[in-house]
Design a protein around this ligand. Structure first.
Ligand code: BYC
Length: 473
């Protein structure tokens, strides 16, 4: 096993692909289909080249290189984190046994399902973001969008590698299906709800990369714990790339809030809608939407699927090795969100194993709160009293116990009629969306930025903000 990528191969990889001719041929025959998908469903803005980071290595000397590349020639490759030959399974009924290099027959369909669901989200997000290039607020932002897009493409490769290498014919069929489903399609939509929503403007893009990519961080974190070692190592490597996506979301929202706060202070008004920036209430509505659809991505509050995955060793908990318990959880309990007998918002005690989606969702919620604290600090530093907040966990849910009811962002249960009357105050309305879209005029001049967002504090890889990050064609 080498750690440096072999770039002389058609498919860069650090998995010694040339030693497995069958797999190499299978991946090489999938490659043109991937490129056809990229051409028809990937970014629509024509570009000559983009200053991109390309994954090259897993060693200590750095794992990526930067340079201007035509996006279609991006070296999508297969990278797994380095193998730890003594790795032991850290949880579930196989705890303490050696990690698996192959898929045990009895877990084949569950593992395939997890890998397919993960794989399905990656191309979906590229599809959702494909038109954003036409309205980028700066070349810096445009470059970040494309970086996220090519890396989501690489994450699809990562899952397709696992499917083709370990799941035989079914895996090859699933790999084709990943290119066949498409975001928002009526006939063959993407699997999870949030990945069929639109990402029509840049405020949505930052919210998506903050809230929805963050679900990716947590799900990958649990799959990194997997007893199936190739999955674990794949996810570990993906998490490196994911950190940049988190940065794009966090600092993107920072910069929107910062610019809005500046205009509020300069004009001494809360009512900034006509002043070329997004008002705080509209920012809050976008936040409410993206947060609530991302909470749904964690599945039901209780789930026998997740209990089985954990017991089998397929999917662990966030930072499993830092948990101070027996890592089997057969006699533990957890309080999960639930409706009470009379249908009110409440909690219920269940076996810890079936509450594991809740455990992960709570880790995620705590992390989301850290963004809210940052944005509120920006408002406080500007001398403003307004604050943003995460809505209640029962707000706008389509999956889990609270999908049966309607609730306000404060967690007050509402009748369906009240919800219909009031939801426009909490979720983006057509008027809000039209206004936000009206701000989305592209700025492609070096060093310039749209008026609705503040410039970033730092450029990419030590380059200044006014660097020529993208050459348009
Ligand atoms: N929409 O037993 P339950 C990322 C289905 S994001 C529609 O509670 P479970 C990324 C569910 O499939 C991370 N359907 O579910 C981010 C099940 O169906 P069946 C993606 C949903 O299995 C940005 C039924 O409802 N990775 O990487 O405990 C950009 C009962 O559900 C939804 C993963 O998610 C939904 N939201 O948990 C790019 C990791 N939720 O079996 C990339 C892999 C549930 O009755 N997936 N259903 O037909 C999993 O770990 C789990 O499958 C889930 C669901 C957490 C998704």
């Amino acid at each position: 096993m080498t750690t440096a990528a072999d770039y002389t191969e058609k498919i860069p990889n650090n998995v010694s692909l040339h030693e497995d001719r069958r797999l190499q041929r299978a991946l090489e025959s999938w490659q043109p289909n991937f490129l056809t998908w990229w051409d028809s469903m990937g970014p629509t803005l024509p570009t000559r080249d983009v200053y991109l980071r390309t994954a090259i290595n897993v060693g200590r000397d750095g794992w990526a290189q930067f340079g201007h590349v035509p996006m279609r020639d991006y070296r999508w490759g297969i990278f797994l984190a380095e193998r730890d030959p003594g790795r032991m399974i850290g949880f579930g009924e196989h705890k303490g046994e050696p990690a698996w290099d192959k898929v045990p027959g009895e877990y084949r369909s569950d593992l395939r399902r997890l890998i397919v669901i993960q794989g399905d989200t990656e191309p979906a997000s590229v599809e959702q973001q494909r038109n954003l290039g036409t309205t980028a607020p700066s070349l810096y932002d445009l470059r970040n969008l494309f970086q996220v897009n090519v890396e989501e493409g690489r994450h699809l490769w990562a899952m397709v590698y696992l499917l083709q290498a370990y799941f035989g014919r079914d895996g090859r069929e699933e790999a084709e299906e990943l290119l066949r489903r498409s975001s928002g399609s009526l006939e063959s939509p993407r699997i999870l709800g949030a990945f069929n929503e639109e990402t029509p403007d840049w405020l949505s893009f930052y919210m998506f990369t903050y809230f929805t990519d963050r679900d990716g961080k947590y799900q990958l974190g649990t799959l990194k714990e997997s007893a199936f070692d190739p999955l674990s190592r794949t996810c570990e490597f993906m998490l490196k790339e994911e950190a940049h996506h988190m940065m794009v979301g966090t600092t993107g929202i920072d910069r929107v809030v910062e610019r809005t706060a500046q205009v509020m202070v300069e004009n001494d008004t809360d009512d900034v809608d006509g002043l070329g920036v997004v008002s705080l209430p509209v920012i809050q509505k976008y936040l409410n939407f993206h947060y609530s659809v991302s909470l749904d991505l964690f599945g039901g509050d209780t789930s026998t699927n997740v209990a089985n995955y954990y017991t089998a060793g397929l999917k662990g908990r966030w930072l499993e090795d830092r948990r101070r318990d027996d890592h089997k959880l057969t006699s533990d309990a957890i309080m999960v969100d639930a409706l009470t007998e009379d249908g009110e918002i409440g909690q219920n005690e269940v076996a810890a194993l079936i509450g594991l989606n809740t455990d992960l969702r709570r880790e995620y919620i705590a992390d989301c709160q850290s963004g809210v604290n940052r944005w509120n600090k920006i408002l406080a530093d500007a001398g403003l009293p307004q604050r943003v907040a995460l809505p209640h966990v029962a707000f706008n849910r389509k999956v889990g116990s609270f999908s049966a009811i309607e609730a306000s962002p404060d967690g007050e249960k509402l009748s369906p009629e009240e919800w219909e009357q009031r939801k426009g105050a909490w979720l983006p309305t057509d008027v809000d969306k039209t206004y936000v879209r009206s701000l989305m005029q592209p700025v492609y001049e070096r060093g310039k930025i749209a008026a609705w967002i503040a410039p970033p504090r730092h450029g990419i890889n030590g380059k200044p903000f006014d660097y020529d990050y993208v050459h348009l064609s």
